[in-house]
Write a protein that binds this ligand. Structure first.
Ligand SMILES: Nc1nc2c(c(=O)[nH]1)N[C@H]1C(S)=C(S)[C@@H](COP(=O)(O)O)O[C@H]1N2
Ligand SMILES: [Mo]
Length: 315
């Protein structure tokens, strides 16, 4: 179920760039801290209101934007640590510029590309999309970035490209978690090509009107808002177009617990816990949980991708 509070916004709309640029100026001005002042001229509550007001299509309008502080200090990033508080500290050592991306497989344009050049071609970095994401915790984040499809199309995938695989940086000097065997390194994830080309599949290069914090996946991470969080792979260094289904880290690690599709589905429990209810990040143990929605509330946009599938088997 999609909650629409702005019925005048068509479901296909993604923020009009001009409207957005104006808003961005307003946000920038509103968030600017006086040079010598110690107190920013907007309060936390005002800041939240500004980001909650961003008209980014019908998604997520009914839920409050999660505080930046929570989104950037409670992270899953096993390359650094399995502890949710440590990625913020340890990821400071990651150098994200310059950044190369290797493109391989079933595409006309393959090779090594500089992220900067990829982003220039899109000239779309200036858009904000406010998506709900869910995992063990749920959050609503004003991401900055662009639809994954617009990046993938640059490489002209061939008709044989049925899947796309993503790989995270593998550098155990910088990523101490890679010296442990919690997962097989590097972290890999994948999407079916029609999922990847769906406009909700998104590459984030920033959030809350700023560059992406390292702990959230800088310089670029996937955001797949209708799937569980582990699909949203961070610090991507390789994209591979494939004819057959790729492996994925959590599926390799615990195949009976984590499937390839990982669509948010309250009717399919994780073998060790129910997935019917969720708690918004930033709350505490007294914050009431809310019902998890099928496809995380994006059924209208994505349910048709799975018409012929038994989602209890292909979870
Ligand atoms: N490379 C990499 N990407 C990753 C992870 C990881 O450990 N390594 N964790 C995943 C999981 S399990 C979740 S819930 C989200 C968390 O994203 P966040 O820290 O921005 O909230 O990142 C996903 N992407
Ligand atoms: Mo996760």
């Amino acid at each position: 179920m999609i909650i629409k509070t702005q019925s005048d916004i068509p479901s296909s709309e993604i923020t009009n760039v001009e409207v957005f640029k104006n808003r961005r100026k307003i946000i920038k001005a509103a968030l600017a801290t006086p040079v010598l002042g110690l107190i920013p001229n907007v309060s936390k509550a005002e800041e939240k209101k500004i980001f909650t007001d961003i008209p980014v299509g019908p998604y997520s309008q009914a839920l409050e934007t999660t505080d930046f502080e929570d989104v950037s200090s409670y992270n899953n990033y096993y390359e650094f640590s399995t502890d949710k508080e440590y990625p913020k500290i340890l990821a400071k050592n990651l150098i994200t510029n310059p950044w190369n991306i290797t493109v391989e497989g079933e595409a006309e344009k393959t090779g090594v590309f500089q992220l900067e050049d990829i982003l220039k071609k899109n000239s779309l970095e200036e858009r904000i999309y406010r998506f709900r994401c869910v995992e063990a915790w749920a959050m609503v984040v004003p991401w900055i970035g662009f639809p994954l499809a617009e990046m993938l199309q640059q490489f002209k995938p061939t008709s044989k490209a049925k899947f796309v695989e993503f790989t995270t940086l593998h550098d155990s000097e910088v990523m101490p978690g890679q010296q442990t065997k919690t997962l097989q390194w590097p972290y890999i994830e994948g999407l079916r090509i029609d999922e990847a080309m769906n406009p909700l599949s998104f590459i984030a290069t920033g959030m809350y009107d700023d560059v992406l914090p390292n702990q959230n996946g800088a310089p670029l991470r996937l955001v797949v808002p209708w799937k569980y969080g582990f699909k949203s792979i961070k610090a991507i260094v390789k994209i591979r177009f494939l004819e057959t289904i790729p492996a994925s880290s959590w599926n390799l690690s615990a195949p009976s617990e984590y499937g390839f599709y990982a669509n948010v589905n309250p009717n399919v429990p994780h073998p060790r816990w129910s997935q019917k209810r969720e708690r918004m990040l930033g709350g505490n143990i007294f914050t009431p949980k809310r019902d998890t929605e099928i496809f995380n509330g994006y059924a209208e946009q994505v349910a048709s991708l799975y018409n012929d599938m038994d989602l209890t088997k292909e979870f």
